[in-house]
Design a protein around this ligand. Structure first.
Ligand SMILES: Nc1ncnc2c1ncn2[C@@H]1O[C@H](COP(=O)(O)OP(=O)(O)OP(=O)(O)O)[C@@H](O)[C@H]1O
Ligand SMILES: [Mg+2]
Length: 298
């Protein structure tokens, strides 16, 4: 079935205990969250202040945290539950790949980074020998503007954060996943390189048919990059829809506060609206047209 949604999240809740082992209270880090990524590849952004539950949602999708309640279905199949219809670990790792915030933590300082790409190709049985692993790594690296030759023999300290994050993206692409979960993937990348990584995501969506969950504090990149946005506050989705509707006309006070509370966004908001009208920004979001550079230092 071609129109099976990539991801269906239904009434997802995760409860944690707050305070001491005795007498502590429990609270919902994620509270009854529901959203769907349709079969058409796209970017779904989750935006919210610190502690709103974004990473907890991501970790449940990545099967790193068990939901307390609710369900997650990937391509129509449950992530947890009875073994016979649940997606097994191997298949899951091919279908869903993470990109984390700090690319320096994604690789050890003691191994050349290309070793991680080869290892991914071998572990996920994309390659059955080293030559094939090099080939798969090179193909993935080329799709992010690098090559195996260019990175071979180098260690993390020999790369910038932006380059390393590109290499993390290449590593994630090796199994040709259906979904990439990227938790604050550009927040530690040098400001001048952020938009190039964001554009890379868009290119991957269009050219490789991969969907993204993009988690960020930065409303401007979410606005630019996404097809859908969900705003989270204290574990709940308080507003969701297409970015132009949500962010140009926020219905919730929290969303407006979020826009105002993030200093760089507050300042850039009128600038973005300006760019929007000048360059057909909203249209560019869905095409391969390069967007104007946004100065994140503002
Ligand atoms: N393992 C855990 N045990 C207890 N509480 C947790 C655990 N993980 C997260 N929390 C709490 O759940 C809430 C949501 O955390 P989460 O990391 O999902 O937020 P976030 O939106 O990703 O925040 P940030 O923007 O700072 O990354 C926070 O109050 C956090 O302290
Ligand atoms: Mg987080």
């Amino acid at each position: 079935m071609t129109d099976t949604p990539i991801l269906e999240i239904s009434n997802l809740t995760r409860t944690y205990r707050k305070g001491g082992l005795f007498g502590g209270t429990s609270f919902n880090a994620v509270d009854n969250v529901t959203f769907t990524l349709p079969s058409t590849p796209q970017v779904f952004s989750i935006v919210g202040e610190s502690g709103s539950g974004k990473t907890t949602v991501a970790r449940m999708i990545l099967r790193l945290v068990e939901p307390s309640e609710g369900s997650i279905r990937l391509l129509g199949r449950p992530l947890s539950g009875k073994a016979h219809d649940r997606i097994d670990d191997h298949e899951f790792r091919r279908l869903v790949q993470p990109i984390f915030q700090n690319p320096f933590e994604a690789f050890s300082a003691y191994l050349p980074v290309e070793a991680y790409l080869r290892r991914t190709a071998l572990n996920l049985r994309i390659a059955s020998n080293d030559a094939q692993a090099v080939e798969a790594s090179d193909a993935a690296l080329r799709s992010v503007g690098l090559s195996y030759e260019r990175i071979a023999g180098k260690y993390i300290r020999q790369f910038s954060g932006g380059e390393l994050q590109r290499i993390s993206v290449a590593r994630a692409l090796i199994p040709k996943p259906k979904l990439i979960v990227a938790d604050e993937p550009v927040s530690m990348v040098d400001a001048s390189l952020r938009m190039s990584i964001v554009n890379l995501f868009r290119q991957i969506v269009e050219e490789q048919g991969v969907s993204f969950i993009y988690i960020t504090h930065d409303l401007s990149t979410a606005y630019y990059l996404s097809d859908q946005v969900s705003i989270m506050n204290t574990g709940r989705v308080v507003e969701s829809g297409v970015p132009t509707e949500i962010l140009d006309n926020p219905q919730q006070a929290y969303t407006r506060e979020l826009m105002a509370a993030i200093p760089t966004v507050g300042e850039r908001w009128s600038e973005l609206a300006e760019i929007d009208s000048q360059f057909g920004y909203a249209d560019a979001r869905h095409s391969k047209v390069s967007p104007p550079t946004i100065n994140n230092d503002a």
